[in-house]
Design a protein around this ligand. Sequence first.
Ligand SMILES: NC(=O)c1ccc[n+]([C@@H]2O[C@H](COP(=O)([O-])OP(=O)(O)OC[C@H]3O[C@@H](n4cnc5c(N)ncnc54)[C@H](O)[C@@H]3O)[C@@H](O)[C@H]2O)c1
Ligand SMILES: O=C(O)C[C@H](O)C(=O)O
Length: 328
Amino acid sequence: MSKKPVRVAVTGAAGQIGYAILFRIAAGEMLGKDQPVILQLLEIPDEKAQKALKGVMMELQDCAFPLLAGMEAYADPVAAFKDTDYALLVGARPRGPGMERADLLAANAQIFTAQGKALDKSASRNVKVLVVGNPANTNAYIAMKSAPSLPRENFTAMLRLDHNRAASQIAAKTGVAVGDIEKLTVWGNHSPSMYADYRFATAGGKSIKDMINDQEWNANTFLPTVGKRGAAIIEARGLSSAASAANAAIDHMRDWALGSNGKWVTMGIPSNGDYGIPKDIMFGFPVVTSNGKYEVVKGLDIDAFSQERINKTLKELQEEQAGVAHLL
Ligand SMILES: NC(=O)c1ccc[n+]([C@@H]2O[C@H](COP(=O)([O-])OP(=O)(O)OC[C@H]3O[C@@H](n4cnc5c(N)ncnc54)[C@H](O)[C@@H]3O)[C@@H](O)[C@H]2O)c1
Ligand SMILES: O=C(O)C[C@H](O)C(=O)O
């Protein structure tokens, strides 16, 4: 017997990431090849954006995806999030060349307050929310705080792109297959302050740290490369990353919904106080997922270098949070 369709809301559905993600969701790459989906697509109430969204929907229709059980366009978040089981909050103002993420805070705070309230009002009580729109951690924090009747652990931010970028840089450095890398994580904010940590990582049971054995490369090449990758892509394309961001969002939601089979993945989640991160800070942590839930990997040793990096990214998040406190 075929499964009952689930509802997947995607905001910013006519944008770049929307165009890269919707077809993959409808093809079953996010929730499984046996899981029908109904897409609830939100765009701003603007004629051009709504028309572009209609065009994307025409293309989705033309794919004749067997798993696409329905789709609808919306301009109102309360309607778009009605009964939704998954919400991918992508729509936001993307950073352009030379623009700092902090500049985006105020503009995006309004969007995520309204969307948090809308989720609170109309989404499934079990909704899994992933915030992709930048600044992703703080936007996720705002949405969570604006949705007091939903469990706080339902709100997450995307650190998976940083995780995947880190894995690929390590694979290129060591020659191991990227798919063999395990126990990698990225702590903190989705910003250049994030701390990609390969101290526990292995490939084929061998320590990545021992293979690299070069702290100078870690501090002066690896971390800046991963941290500034988003800016490097903007510089190269004139547009922020889209296909790789969509891919990371699919990875994040798939692992959350279907489990990571014991493997570590990185998710931005509201802290429960682990590793000294104050409660509710939306922070990248190593997690293992199963049965639709995530568990922080506990008991990892934090050395002096790591603590310094974690403190730096935490401080940035606390400053971002303080910057929006008056809106909550
Ligand atoms: N977390 C990450 O790793 C990561 C990676 C890449 C991009 N991003 C961020 O994702 C966001 C989207 O990127 P993009 O390239 O798709 O941008 P885009 O400009 O191509 O598309 C964004 C879309 O969102 C829509 N939108 C804006 N406000 C909205 C609202 N309130 N409700 C619904 N829709 C709204 C816009 O009309 C637009 O169509 C940006 O904030 C970008 O910085 C995050
Ligand atoms: O930095 C950005 O605004 C783009 C995005 O967050 C990215 O990491 O590619």
